[in-house]
Ligand binder design. Structure first.
Ligand code: F58
Length: 792
């Protein structure tokens, strides 16, 4: 390893050791690791080709990858070797790892799920390809200026992205606009714009390098560098037009995590990467198969939400217009290849395009969608339509064109059947299935929490790294005082690490023995960070009134970004920061309560916060969080959950046992019922003196004396509408928090509960989730040798 690092430093980077920066060392180490990856990757790719086995194509607009050095070193079993080699070279492994930018090609859970799935597919030896977009700028970076969020563009590609291989020979034309002519019984699309999609491949190597798959991200190029004739005429704008379109398509990730903006550029991005992926998988298929009708035996195409839903009409278009299949046959064939995962019930998040806009960008696809609607209606009279009220409904399109539709937790799947797709579910009762989300234990325990994962491996061996159910053996250790002490010591070490980081970066000192209470996720009204900060103020009031009442000291930690155009979410951020400033400077409560909100929450920050958490906040309005995956990461790392019966919380609670979970709040059914009661919010506030007092303080400007009216709108909204029922769940939340305080005082018992949480998380491995997809939806198997993990 040492020689390889030095060789890369010299010949790859043109540097000598004496004059190398941390960046140079990181690049040299990464190249050395990448070489080893390639040695696993190429044989897997060859094997997949040679065996002709069915492949999974995972189409996702987002892959929230994070840093890769450690992940790669860990999956290849090279961490110790890398550390030792660097040490001999006078370099520090940790410093080098921290130099890597965090690849943020996603907004949140949906994108991170795709990244976990890629890791599990490779570990399970399932031939697969992830397809997405190589955004020049990932999710914006967040700063706080006087407590308010400001956004800066993210620039990960300003440095070499060492893990990828450019494939200039892989190019596909992607066309937009123009018109369609029909003659000779055929459709002829005459587009008005073309860009070229070109591929960048990143190897994804599973545990111990047993198998390697590819993440192929598409970048756009102009069809010609520039138009010399226009340039010579002096028309410089026209000369660069093709280049401008290409650059904008992959320029930036859309930062809206829920509301659909209906922007033409977004539609172009969706079609761009979907069409490139379909052309690519068809080329691969046709290089070894003669009969296009056997495509479903070779390709399972999974749509990560509706963003790639245009894959249905695109595949039909190619089958009909190029391969001359009949429309009905093409629709049926495409359906056998396609699966669709739904990630949200929020009506504002369901993608819809105005028909006029859609037809302007993709005129041939609009015709095909009409045919799909007609075909479906012929078979199922009165069925919901894709084209409705002047819109193209992407949810209906994805549903109708998929042979399986899945939700991401048991409760969510149930609600998908009962609400958004109720009519379609009645027509196709076998189509909707559940696949509860999961997380990869390789990143979310093994790598991010060496203190705990080292202890577990010492006790159980390392089988749990590929079989998380083995953690259940730890349940018998809840009475083992010595073991529990080590378990607690691991948590404490992680808390000390976090406390030091908070002091260094924010200048706030926090006590590692206080309860670390963490809510990290996108800022959204339904996730109810607002309820959390209101409860913080209520607690502070009580602490000030009775400072000697034996309080459990707390550190409230927040993290998360708001969509740039989401005004209320930005007000909530501002309020948290205003409250933090007042509480953190209060002499009376300084040893009892702190509020910490580090800016720019991302995957890398999650890897530090999660192992250090005692309490995990999963407090969404019941029925709104499709699954959540942070909830799983926290429990796996030995935090207890305070949460509602929402998303995967329901299943987590079943697995860890109700006695090891702090449940509160209305159920999804009660939520729907409560909303029908006029004035429910005002009534709830009037019934809660504690909440009234908090809201009164905020309205009076207690946390923003220079601008007393700042939160009048926010508080007024709670009185008048409160769609997410913060007011109704507040008292129950406050009381449950106090139960958590009491429980934390009994350190031994808390440790036992935390240990049961860790030990009960086997079910939530993304390996289990992927086996479910492989069995129920994709009908694919593992290519690992007999006796290895098989995705049965
Ligand atoms: C999330 N969705 C769900 N969407 O909110 C969460 O409950 C679930 O655990 C997770 O998916 C994985 O299933 C989500 O992250 C987005 O970020 C979209 C990005 C693009 C626009 C629309 C939302």
């Amino acid at each position: 390893m040492k020689d390889e690092i030095l060789r890369h430093l010299r010949y790859g980077l043109g540097k000598d050791a004496a004059h190398s920066s941390v960046y140079d060392w990181r690049m040299a180490l990464s190249r050395a690791l990448r070489d080893r990856m390639v040695d696993h990757w190429i044989p897997s790719t060859q094997e997949a080709y040679a065996s002709g086995s069915k492949r999974v194509y995972y189409l996702s607009m987002e892959f929230l990858i994070g840093r890769l050095v450690e992940d790669m070193a860990s999956n290849l079993g090279l961490v110790d070797e890398a550390k030792a080699a660097l040490k001999e070279l006078g370099q520090d492994y940790e410093t080098i790892v921290k130099d890597e930018p965090d690849a943020a090609l996603g907004n949140g859970g949906l994108g991170r799920l795709a990244a976990c799935f890629m890791d599990s597919l490779a570990t399970l030896g399932i031939p697969a390809m992830g397809y997405g977009i190589r955004y020049e700028h990932g999710l914006f970076e967040q700063d706080f200026v006087e407590g308010q969020q400001v956004e800066r563009p993210e620039t990960w590609l300003q440095q070499d992205h060492i893990w990828e291989f450019e494939r200039p020979e892989v190019q596909y034309p992607i066309t937009f606009g123009g018109h369609v002519e029909h003659h000779d019984g055929k459709a002829h699309w005459h587009p008005s714009e073309t860009v070229i999609a070109t591929a960048f491949d990143t190897p994804v190597i599973g545990w111990e390098g047993r198998w390697g798959n590819t993440l192929r991200l598409w970048a756009a190029m102009p069809t010609k560098v520039f138009d010399l004739a226009s340039f010579n005429r002096g028309d410089y704008l026209a000369a660069g037009r093709s280049e401008a379109l290409a650059r904008t398509i992959c320029r930036v990730l859309y930062p809206d995590d829920t509301t659909e903006t209906g922007k033409e550029l977004r539609l172009k991005q969706e079609y761009f990467f979907t069409s490139a992926s379909i052309q690519d998988l068809l080329r691969r298929f046709l290089s070894t198969h003669a009969d296009i009708r056997t495509l479903p035996d070779a390709a399972a195409i999974q749509l990560n939400d509706t963003h790639p839903a245009i894959a249905g009409p695109e595949l039909v278009r190619v089958l009909v217009d190029k391969h001359e299949l009949g429309m009905d046959e093409a629709i049926a064939l495409a359906r056998r290849c396609l699966g669709y995962t739904n990630h949200t019930l929020l009506p504002e998040a369901l993608e819809r395009w105005p028909e006029w806009l859609f037809g302007r960008v993709l005129p041939r696809h609009l015709e095909i969608i009409r045919e799909i609607d007609a075909d479906h209606l012929r078979r199922h009279e009165g069925a919901p339509k894709i084209l409705d009220h002047g819109n193209v409904n992407m949810g209906e399109l994805a549903f109708i064109m998929a042979h399986k539709v899945n939700g991401v937790s048991a409760l969510h799947t149930d609600l998908v059947k009962k609400t958004v797709f109720n009519d379609l579910h009645k027509i196709h009762p076998q189509r909707i299935v559940n696949q509860t989300n999961g997380i990869t234990q390789r990143r979310w325990l093994k790598t991010c929490n060496p203190a705990l994962s080292g202890l577990i491996t010492r006790e159980l061996g390392n089988g749990w790294v590929t079989d998380l159910d083995l953690l259940s053996q730890l349940k018998s250790r809840t009475g083992d005082v010595a073991f529990k002490e080590e378990f607690v010591a691991a948590k404490r070490a992680n808390k000390v690490r976090l406390a030091n980081w908070v002091t260094e970066t924010m200048g706030i000192s926090i006590d590692p023995d206080a309860m670390f209470d963490v809510q990290i996720k996108r800022i959204h009204e339904y996730k109810r960070q607002l309820m959390n900060i209101l409860e913080t103020v209520a607690l502070w009031n009580e602490m000030r009134a009775h400072p000697d009442a034996g309080w459990t000291p707390r550190v409230k930690i927040f993290g998360g970004k708001a969509a740039p155009g989401y005004h209320v979410a930005k007000e909530i951020i501002h309020l948290i920061n205003d409250v933090a400033a007042v509480i953190n400077s209060d002499e009376i409560t300084k040893d009892l309560l702190k509020v910490v909100y580090p800016p720019n929450y991302n995957v890398t920050m999650a890897e530090v916060l999660i192992p250090a958490a005692d309490l995990s906040e999963q407090i969404s309005t019941a029925g709104k969080e499709a699954s959540g995956t942070g909830n799983m990461k926290f429990a796996l790392n030995g935090a207890l959950t305070i949460g509602t019966l929402d998303g995967a919380n329901v299943e987590i609670r079943e697995h860890v046992g109700p006695e090891n979970f702090f449940l509160f709040g209305l159920t999804a059914e009660e939520v729907m019922e409560r909303r029908t009661q006029p004035g429910f919010a005002r009534a709830a506030i009037e019934a809660s003196p504690r909440l009234q007092r908090v809201l009164g303080q905020i309205v009076e400007g207690r946390f923003c004396p220079q601008d007393q009216g700042r939160y009048h709108g926010l508080v007024g909204m709670l009185y008048d509408s409160d769609y997410f029922l913060v007011t109704c769940d507040f008292d129950s939340y406050y009381d449950t928090q106090r139960r958590a305080d009491e429980a934390y005082k009994n350190a031994r018992n808390w440790a036992a509960m935390a240990l049961v949480n860790t030990a009960s998380m086997g079910f939530f491995s993304s390996d289990r989730t992927i086996k479910g997809y492989a069995h129920d939806i994709w009908h694919v198997g593992s290519r690992l040798g007999a006796g290895e993990e098989a995705a049965e």
